[in-house]
Design a protein around this ligand. Structure first.
Ligand SMILES: NC(=O)c1ccc[n+]([C@@H]2O[C@H](COP(=O)([O-])OP(=O)(O)OC[C@H]3O[C@@H](n4cnc5c(N)ncnc54)[C@H](OP(=O)(O)O)[C@@H]3O)[C@@H](O)[C@H]2O)c1
Length: 262
């Protein structure tokens, strides 16, 4: 029998590449995001190309009840979810005080609340059955504080810690939780967050969304707890353990600010 994956933020970027990869492997899909047109186009592409069944759910996951509404719709349709992929997320680059509160509220709601709610719904659904696999998309931002993107970095740190803890806790239930930590990746994220102007994006190699998705997919299938994309991105979280915390924040601030004018 075909497996089914639920992917949030499947209309663009890493989520869309994960959808393509899973469809190629013969997996049915439930695709969730706000952009109805993008999702419908992707559904048509994947059904035509791979003969899988794709259900589109147009939903703003910043709404408090949205994960439960998605869960109920999927259940009423008689679909069992085997893989839960919490990918939807956004950031915003700039000084903390300069952004409107609503922007942070929705960021926290999407990056942390919706992800946690989906996990709670599905691990309870899987309880006493054969379990499932969860893939949460964090970031290399999860490993240190990020001045100029303080709230975003903090949300990704939450995703990393929560995923590692629950992977440990849910092992007995036959459920694995994998957390994927991409570095800068070519998607709409840079534009949406405004961070394309920062030193970080100007100075590092930008990964392809398809490569990042492939790493996440492989790690989830193997039940690996943490997957970091890129050799340099793997070194940094290890190296910073040997520096005083204040230095780490200082270094992060240097990387996150605007490049010097020549
Ligand atoms: N790109 C990077 O450099 C990078 C690096 C590290 C981590 N990440 C993480 O990777 C994940 C995917 O981002 P991406 O790079 O692929 O960015 P992206 O191209 O901007 O895609 C983000 C996805 O999230 C969806 N989304 C945003 N707000 C939503 C909402 N309120 N409700 C439902 N869906 C929503 C978007 O769909 P709609 O607009 O259609 O709703 C889109 O499908 C995010 O969690 C991001 O934090 C990205």
């Amino acid at each position: 029998m075909r497996k089914t994956a639920l992917i949030t933020g499947a209309s663009k970027g890493i989520g869309k590449e994960l959808a393509r990869l899973l469809a190629k492997k013969g997996c049915n899909l439930v695709l969730v995001a706000r952009s109805s047109e993008y999702l419908t186009r992707l559904k048509e592409e994947l059904e035509d190309q791979y003969g899988v069944e794709v259900r589109v759910i147009v939903k703003d996951l910043c709404e408090a009840d949205a994960p439960k509404e998605v869960f109920d719709e999927v259940k009423q349709a008689g679909i069992r979810i085997d893989y839960l992929i919490n990918n939807a997320g956004f950031g915003d680059w700039g000084r903390f005080m300069d952004k409107p509160w609503e922007r942070y509220k929705t960021m926290i709601e999407l990056n942390t609340m919706a992800l946690t709610y989906f996990m709670h719904l599905y691990v309870n659904e899987w309880k006493g059955k054969q379990g499932g696999k969860i893939l949460n998309i964090a970031s290399t931002a999860a490993f240190q504080p990020g001045p100029m993107m303080a709230v975003y970095f903090a949300t990704k740190s939450y995703v990393l810690k929560l995923s590692e803890a629950l992977n440990h806790e849910l092992g007995e239930e036959g459920t694995s939780v994998t957390v994927l930590c991409p570095g800068p990746t070519s998607t709409y994220f840079g534009e949406e967050s405004g961070m394309s102007a920062s030193r970080l994006v100007k100075n590092v190699k930008i990964a392809r969304a398809s490569d990042v998705a492939r790493l996440g997919y492989d790690a989830m299938m193997k039940g690996k707890p943490v997957a970091i994309h890129g050799a340099m991105n793997k070194i940094a979280p290890f190296a910073i353990r040997f520096f005083p915390r204040k230095w780490v924040t200082h270094l992060s601030a240097r990387v996150m600010r605007l490049p010097k004018k020549r």
